[in-house]
Design a binder for this molecule. Sequence first.
Ligand code: NAD
Length: 302
Amino acid sequence: MQATILDGKATAAAIRERIGQDVTRWMQSGGAVPCLTAILVGDDPASQVYVRNKHRACQQVGIDGRVERLPAETGQAELLELVRRLNADPEVHGILVQLPLPQADDPAARIDPREVLDAIDPAKDVDAFSPVNVGLISQDRPRFLPCTPQGIVRLLAHYGLRTAGRRVVVIGRSDIVGKPIAMMLASKDGVCGPDYANATVTLAHSRSSDLPSITREADILIAAVGRPELIRGDWIRPGAVVIDVGINRVGDRLVGDVAFDEAVAVASAVTPVPGGIGPLTIAMLLQNTLDAAKRSAGGQTV
Ligand code: NAD
């Protein structure tokens, strides 16, 4: 069997084009220019690239992408003050703090990322990290959906790969990917309709025993681990769909959490790295920013 390669780049381009049309229509009808402000602390090269890519993507669809750059020595109080200022700024609809935040050697001077993320107004929390937004997702009445999990569901829907009634195994239990995608696929009403929810979900992690025997049960296997090529071909059930979220730098190459060549020989469909879930993550950030602008105009808080 030779798997279909799920082209995240092309799918994201189509979604971005549609968002661009929506932004134009929204502004023609008198809506405010949707605005996303990214906070970048320090000079981590990978974070700079991520913020630059997000900024460029905003510009391409007509969203006002702003970046607040702060030096690595910035303290917690200063960062919280900036978040509060952006919360109060009616021109700003979405706020994101680029992670990881730099960590000072002196423990007393360290930034607590949780406190900073919690300070973002949930109505502007386009990454959907705040406890309020996570709680809304868990109750099947989401306001924002976190970008990477939302991108996964949209990619599955784009290719007609239904999840309802099927066994999904998610590896990794992070707040950003593993836990929310497990919750979303187990829910009743999915972001792309019930066909792309209603799965029977297993959430595996670093303390799961005999991981290969768990992954072999999966009709749809989602890897969000951060370990290069951990998942081998013989961990995959023949004909399964494999979604590889991992982005790992090995020398000068980027590889996923799945041994791609081995997966292609066993699975029915596989996402590549790069060019799989990554581009969709950014497209979903644009979608959430446009949604935030529309909600703010409607005076909605939930
Ligand atoms: P994380 O480090 O917060 O969580 C990793 C999870 O993997 C943990 O829950 C841990 O229990 C589990 N884990 C670790 N080692 C394991 C093992 N040997 N066996 C089973 N489980 C194990 O990571 P994250 O933020 O969820 O990111 C995961 C990967 O996805 C990273 O490579 C990251 O770069 C990538 N990522 C990609 C995108 C994208 O847009 N494509 C977005 C976010 C994260």
